[in-house]
Design a protein around this ligand. Structure first.
Ligand code: HEM
Length: 308
């Protein structure tokens, strides 16, 4: 059975470093070799700084995959589902390579990020580097705990990883979506506590879910807690983290799944809403500025890349 990349299902950390690159022309062979060596690099630094709980993820953009690995493509890999309605936007950005580093030490993330950039050298252009951090007890910068209803324990692997029976060559890989949201905290902080809680459908301080009958249809947790036609929960594994400084701040949203569909269904429910026009009111206070779709192949697949 193929082994997944350890960062996909890892528990939350104190610090995140997200590197987004574009590949330069004619560098594919070099990039394949460089990426095949990254898991060993992560492991070495993970051993050296064992208390930091370092994990990494390497993922390939949907629009770059065929150039990167023309031999085969993950079955459901498709472009980011850009959408918009009124002032609710989910734009798509062009990104070829995604590297996620998470640990409990910002300095360790910095060292490993530098090594990643050195190894990829002039085969890529760095588009964006987001340095993210844990806020209080795992809260988003709006002050609400983020991640409570995430799948836990072994369920994470079931939700996040492609199964052997679904796509043998790409089993234990994961479909990944990212969006960088920028918050309007001035507007958000002008709301009363109860108004903020209604936006999420959860209480703020003690993080309790509203009773179903009290939850507005426009609450974020109403719009994203969905079931399929057979009544099964539609799930993703979220590994988002807050980022920012005094100029811009928000959430770097990260979702892993065995299929790209659940993310798309949830995003559609947030932006386009239900048949009665109930859209996600969280989007009044935050806006997605980027969006990208990737596939994070298994460690076993990455190990084969050096010879391709
Ligand atoms: C700025 C953007 C976002 C913020 C600040 C945010 C924050 C939160 C918070 C605080 C919760 C409640 C606690 C929890 O269960 O984690 C939550 C729940 C959730 N969010 Fe988001 N979220 C954002 C975007 C998204 C997006 C884009 C999606 C998917 C397309 C999503 C999917 C979910 C799901 C599935 C839940 C759990 C719902 C439940 O079962 O109750 N979120 N989010």
């Amino acid at each position: 059975m193929a082994r997944e990349q350890f960062g996909i299902c890892a528990e939350p950390n104190l610090h995140g470093s997200y590197l987004l690159f574009n590949a330069l022309d004619d560098k594919n062979a070099f990039i394949r070799t460089a990426l095949s060596r990254l898991p060993a690099l992560f492991e070495d630094y993970g051993d050296q700084f064992s208390e930091a709980n370092l994990t990494g993820v390497i993922a390939i953009g949907a629009n770059y995959w065929d150039e990167f690995y023309p031999q085969a493509r993950p079955k459901h890999l498709s472009a980011f589902p850009a959408m918009n309605s009124d002032d609710r936007l989910a734009p798509a950005s062009s990104v070829d390579i995604y590297i996620e580093l998470r640990s409990d030490r910002a300095d360790v993330n910095h060292i490993v990020s530098s090594k990643v950039c050195q190894l990829l050298a002039d085969s890529v252009e760095l588009i964006e580097h987001i340095q993210a951090f844990r806020f209080l007890d795992g809260r988003d910068l709006t002050g609400f705990v983020d991640g409570t209803e995430n799948p836990q324990g072994m369920r994470r692997r079931e939700v996040a990883l492609v199964k052997e029976a679904d796509d043998a060559e790409f089993s234990s890989g994961s479909y990944l979506h990212t969006q960088r949201y920028q918050h309007n905290l001035t507007l958000w902080n002008s709301l009363q506590n109860k108004e903020q809680e209604d936006v999420y459908g959860r209480t703020k301080l003690d993080n309790i879910e509203y009773e179903s009958e009290d939850k507005p249809l426009t609450a974020h947790t109403k719009r994203t807690s969905l079931k399929d036609e057979q009544g099964n929960a539609i799930e993703i594994v979220r590994q988002s983290m807050p980022y920012g400084d005094m100029k811009r701040q928000g959430l770097f949203f990260v979702s892993y799944c065995h299929s790209p569909k659940p993310f798309e269904i949830m995003l559609k429910s947030m932006i386009h809403g239900d048949d009665h026009g109930n859209v996600d009111h969280l989007l009044k206070y935050t806006q997605a500025e980027t969006g990208a779709a990737f596939f994070a192949p298994s460690l076993s697949f990455l190990a084969t890349l050096e010879d391709k």
